[in-house]
Write a protein that binds this ligand. Structure first.
Ligand code: UD1
Length: 343
């Protein structure tokens, strides 16, 4: 397929690009090589790949990049939790204005297939299970409770600490920070576009993606990169809260395979797909696995917390397996070893 990949020079984008090429697709990359991600370093596409160095918010660059394309994989975005509320305009502009400009361009070019990089953060605090009230949406955690070391979100009805459930795609959306809000808005813009143009959208709700090429030493780095950076310097990983936060760490090659599978196979309307390994781990477990693989110091539990963080968020990715015939290939232990070896 002749496809446009936005954000193809980024962490996940480069793996998606590799997968697209391995599967024989004809690819054009649109990437602005943002300073806060690429640090001014140049980037050259692999042979045979067209490259438009431009911003997805620039209609002229978008029109150029869309010429002759049949589908779009939209990964260009400002990622991470951000530093503070001052980041809000940049999330709204980079992610939401960018998506709106791209969708308008796709309508002009009559391109009707879109794969959108979304995120598990759209679910907010995820799904909790109360012994008395069953499946409930945990309330946001208040600063007072966090400061007192009460990290588990309580049942919104009776206050009992909740067990964690696996979130399915039909769970309510509940974005808790600017990045999450921008991802929800992207999904809705894409759905609006699909309704008026008859296009198809696969919204890939990525879980915590890790693997070779992870951004590091930036305020937007994920926890696995932060821990490997610390260990490389002989320092213990600083584990926030009590280390019991659960995530689903999914390898970037598996994420790339899921994304390309959606581009090839998703053919009807608007569909969200959770993208997770299916095996939740705690942040403490991950820190211990990396410390052991890198023969570094024991991780430190700091009790520190970030207000925008959710406590647990774990995906039910069975829709992706069933509908797109995707199966993760990289086991957690092997993935951590690989990360350690490349640190
Ligand atoms: C991550 C992604 C986000 C994605 C989401 C999907 C990053 C930066 N964020 O968010 O883009 O949409 O997954 O689920 O990749 N922590 C520590 N020590 C540290 C840093 C973090 O213990 O030094 C803890 C945090 O408190 C949190 C967990 O690690 O509980 C994960 O943090 P982070 O890697 O920032 O990812 P998410 O917030 O889950």
């Amino acid at each position: 397929m002749r496809t446009l990949l936005t954000g193809g020079a980024g962490f996940i984008g480069q793996h998606v690009l590799r997968e697209l090429l391995a599967r024989g697709h004809d690819v054009c990359v649109l990437d602005s090589l943002r300073e806060d991600v690429h640090g001014g370093r140049p980037w050259a596409p692999p042979p045979g790949v067209a490259f438009v160095h431009g911003d997805v918010r620039d209609p002229a660059a978008v029109d150029r990049a869309l010429q002759g394309r049949e589908s779009v994989l939209h990964l260009a975005a400002k990622v991470g939790l951000g530093v503070d509320v001052g980041d809000m305009p940049d999330y709204a502009s980079s992610n939401d204005v960018g998506t709106a400009v791209l969708l308008a361009g796709m309508a002009r070019a009559r391109i009707d297939r879109l794969v959108l990089a979304s995120s598990m953060v759209v679910y907010g605090e995820g799904l909790g299970v109360c012994p008395a009230h069953g499946s409930v949406a945990p309330a946001p955690r208040c600063e007072k409770a966090l400061a007192a070391g009460q990290f588990e979100p309580p049942c919104p009805v009776c206050g009992t600490p909740l067990a964690t459930g696996l979130v399915s795609e039909s769970a309510a959306l509940d974005p808790r920070n600017a990045y999450a809000t921008s991802k929800v808005a992207q999904e809705f813009y894409a759905a609006n576009w699909a309704r008026t143009t008859g296009g198809t959208v696969a919204a890939m709700r990525y879980h915590n993606v890790y693997g070779p090429g992870m951004p590091r030493n930036t305020p937007y780095a994920g926890v696995a990169a932060i821990f490997t950076s610390a260990l490389r310097q002989g320092k213990p990983p600083q584990v926030f809260e009590d280390g019991g936060q659960r995530r689903d760490f999914v390898h970037v090659r598996d994420v790339a395979a899921a994304t390309v599978a959606a581009c090839e196979k998703h053919e009807t309307a608007v569909r969200a797909f959770n993208v997770g390994s299916g095996t939740p781990r705690t942040v403490g477990e991950m820190a211990a696995a990396l410390a052991s693989a890198m023969k570094g110091p024991t991780p430190q539990l700091t009790g520190h917390y970030r207000l925008g963080d959710v406590r647990h968020i774990t995906a039910d990715s069975s829709r992706l397996r069933a509908e797109l015939d995707w199966h993760p290939q990289v086991e957690f232990a092997a993935g951590m070893q690989e990360l350690a070896a490349n640190a």
